[in-house]
Design a protein around this ligand. Structure first.
Ligand code: FPP
Ligand code: MG
Ligand code: MG
Length: 323
């Protein structure tokens, strides 16, 4: 984590290992089938970005109890994983974290109910932390769901499509990542001023995280995912929304390609080549970089130390994913 501080790095690794084991414990149920289905996506791995933020923020002040750090982290990850079970039903996705999605492996009913089960496990854990944690978890869940509904409904007439997209990303992705950073601060007893700064930082780095993903989908052949997935699905993201808004007649062909789902692989390859060579892709990267710097600036009110340095370093790591 922080290669300059082995003790801090060891502490973070120890917490993440403990959280990993406790996540699988939380997925246990009364029948082997529910246990298997509920641990399916957890066992498949994942970046554990939300637990990492909880752990890092919990180290801003001394004295956070390991057990409370772990519980706060698993609430965030279980909520995230639960939402993925539902998301894959809504998106009719067959693969998640390189394994069959729950809906593909079993069916939609199993996937929805197992998502509910995991959310109930998150709820019983958050109840052990205190009412202020329950309240934040509930507000976050409300935002996440409304972000998903806004995505599904699309922009209202007259609303700029890029602004709509950025609002959806902030609500459906940024909100839970913001809550993760706040949870970490709450566990170590941070002041309201620090908690608010952590919330703003978390939300912004969450948006950066998603925007980087959008660029990787276009620019990277080595991401471990197939490039052009958004183009095939006809999903507009930061770079393609910028192209769609361009009035340059030279962009007419690319505007056409990004305006519809592409089923012809030759068209996907053409769109990818045009996008990769387009100055707007660099402009999208610059925008992601500026947003990462804005996230980093939110850390100013935090107490100096290794935890703050590690949170700042995440800003670079999240951006360098896009290159
Ligand atoms: C990722 O979006 C998915 C989400 C942000 C969650 C959507 C799900 C809900 C609002 C339901 C929540 C329900 C419970 C029980 C917590 P994506 O499709 O853009 O990302 P992907 O590429 O990872 O599929
Ligand atoms: Mg999805
Ligand atoms: Mg989705």
């Amino acid at each position: 984590m922080n290669e300059f501080d082995p003790a801090f790095s060891a502490l973070v690794s120890e917490r993440l290992e403990s959280i990993e084991a406790r996540l699988l414990d939380a997925a246990r149920a009364d029948t082997p089938f529910v246990t298997e289905a509920a641990s399916h996506i957890i066992s498949a791995g994942g970046k554990r970005f939300r637990p990492l933020l909880v752990v890092l923020a919990s180290q801003l002040l001394p004295g956070a109890a390991s057990d409370r750090i772990d519980r706060a982290a698993i609430v965030m990850e279980l909520t995230h994983v639960a939402s993925l079970y539902h998301d894959d039903v809504m998106d009719e996705a067959a693969v998640r974290r390189s394994v069959d999605s729950a809906n593909a492996r079993w069916d939609n009913t199993v996937a929805i109910l197992v998502g509910d089960y995991l959310f109930s496990r998150a709820s019983s854990t958050v109840a052990t932390l205190g009412t202020e944690y329950v309240a934040l978890q509930a507000e976050t869940f409300a935002r996440l769901v409304q972000g998903q509904i806004a995505e599904t409904r699309g922009p209202l007439p007259g609303v700029d499509r890029l602004q709509h997209y950025l609002d959806v990303v902030a609500d459906k992705t940024g909100s839970l990542i913001a809550a993760s950073a706040r949870f970490g601060g709450m566990v170590c007893g941070a002041s309201d001023e620090i908690l608010d700064a952590l919330g703003r930082y978390g939300e912004q780095i969450g948006v950066v995280f998603q925007l980087s993903d959008d660029i990787i989908d276009i620019a990277s052949d080595t991401s471990g995912k197939t490039p052009g997935t958004d183009l095939r699905e006809g999903v507009l993201t930061l770079p393609t929304l910028m192209v769609a808004a361009s009035e340059d007649p030279g962009d007419a062909r690319l505007r056409d390609l990004v305006s519809r789902p592409l089923t012809d692989e030759a068209e996907v390859a053409e769109a990818l080549a045009l996008l990769r060579a387009h100055p707007l892709l660099q402009e999208a990267r610059d925008e992601v970089g500026r947003r990462a710097e804005a996230a980093r600036a939110e850390l100013d009110p935090l107490p100096d130390g290794v935890a703050k340095d590690a949170l700042a370093a995440l800003c670079d790591q999240v951006v360098s994913r896009s290159i």
